[in-house]
Design a protein around this ligand. Sequence first.
Ligand code: NAD
Length: 495
Amino acid sequence: MNLDPATDRHPFLDGLPKRMLIGDRWVAAASGKTFETRNPATGEVLASVPEGDAEDVDRAVAAARAAFEGPWRRLKPDERQALMFRFADLVDAHWDELAWLDTLDMGAPIRHTRGSRRHLVGLMRWFAGQATAIYGQTADTSMNGSMFAATLKEPVGVVGSIIPWNGPLWAMVFKTAPVLATGCTLVLKPAEDAPLTPLRFAELALEAGIPPGVINIVTGFGHGAGAAIAAHPGIDKVSFTGSVATGQAIVRASAGNLKRLSLELGGKSPHILFDDADLERAAPAAAMGVFANAGQICTAGTRVFVQRGIYDRVVEAMAKVGDGLRVGAGTDPDSDIGPLVSPRQLDRVLGYVGSAHEDGARLVTGGTRFTDAARAAGNFVSPTVFADVSDPMRIAREEIFGPVASVMPFDTLDEVVQRANDSPFGLGAGVWTRDVGRAHAIARRLQSGSVWVNCYNQMDPSMPFGGVKMSGYGRESGPQQLDEYLHVKGLWIQH
Ligand code: NAD
């Protein structure tokens, strides 16, 4: 990838204003409207993209339906699989370019966007492998031997996906792989703050030979294209990743045709450190569990519960990690943490810092915006540690989506389980202890879609990921995700 170091220009940007993909066409919005996407490190406009709305979603759904009932459906699983492997190879070959686009559009350090290659290309290949492994079962019914009873697994049809900005490349892989493996088709709306990677990713799908209409991208806003996808009667299922409030709006909007839903929503994940933990590993993991991607990760372990005997040491160690991180433009290979995605997000995070001060939490480090010449135009905030936070404070209850840790002491296992579960969310949870019995016991009691013991934020294509409670329902990754895109049909043949 030849990024011009003088201007940070990506070759893909030179083809812009980029249009959106409907069927085999790169088109403008029917309304002719466009919107700008900016580099969050500099505030510069990167590109203008179409502002799609309901009319464009209609066109995309028609293209997706035609592909579903036409060329895509006629392909045998092994033929679909071959295309998926080719697509994965192409994404692998263009990874650097895709990583740069993510970095420019949403700010994550290039080291990190590059670094997710093994996992994400691996996930594409894992799902390609599954394309020929989808089958039902035969049943021994209680009727006489003249009955043949079996289940068939069939694709749900046209899927609508609505994704957030905090990891566009991640979201594209997670939303396309199961669609392709099961033989569904897709209408996807990228986040308005980071629409560029999804467009390039879809371009590569066409190049790999995925038939036109299988993947359609409608760029636009939530109230326009997003709401139209949620309500569209021609969409059979919506897979949404984003905030709880939007998830609730989608549930309401989907009622018209009772479409299937999977919702990957927010979190306020507990990260629990017992006093027998290996602190050399646990304290940095607790810090990076909050600071990675500038805190813009749904599983950020933002409620750090520390057993009282090691509390002061952990607070100090976390602050040290935060102070040592290099906060800068994602395009700088030395940056550990990039900017927040938008000025709106910056205001939101600083608002939470203000609320913590008002509520009486103790600021240990951070809590400010960087205003030096190199960073003043971007949305840079320092890694922040608040100690002596109490459970009812807003920073301990609400999702901040910024690099702000709330550190709280606890005494007993029962107490920490009760406090960790006292949250509307249930996405991830971390536990550090050397006591195997305690690890098993607490893992079962935590109300959470994933529990990581002596590690944090681990993911693998073979493992499911998702939430309980208001963190949503449905699973991504793992065999469980395939079932989200399949109907099971009962077949009875009397002979
Ligand atoms: P958001 O809910 O504001 O937006 C997400 C997407 O929904 C965007 O594409 C937006 O345009 C669209 N949208 C907004 N209003 C809509 C509506 N009424 N109808 C349909 N679509 C609409 O979320 P965000 O700020 O982009 O992302 C941050 C949130 O995403 C956080 O809460 C985070 O925890 C969550 N998230 C969850 C996961 C997960 O896997 N659980 C992963 C990443 C992010």
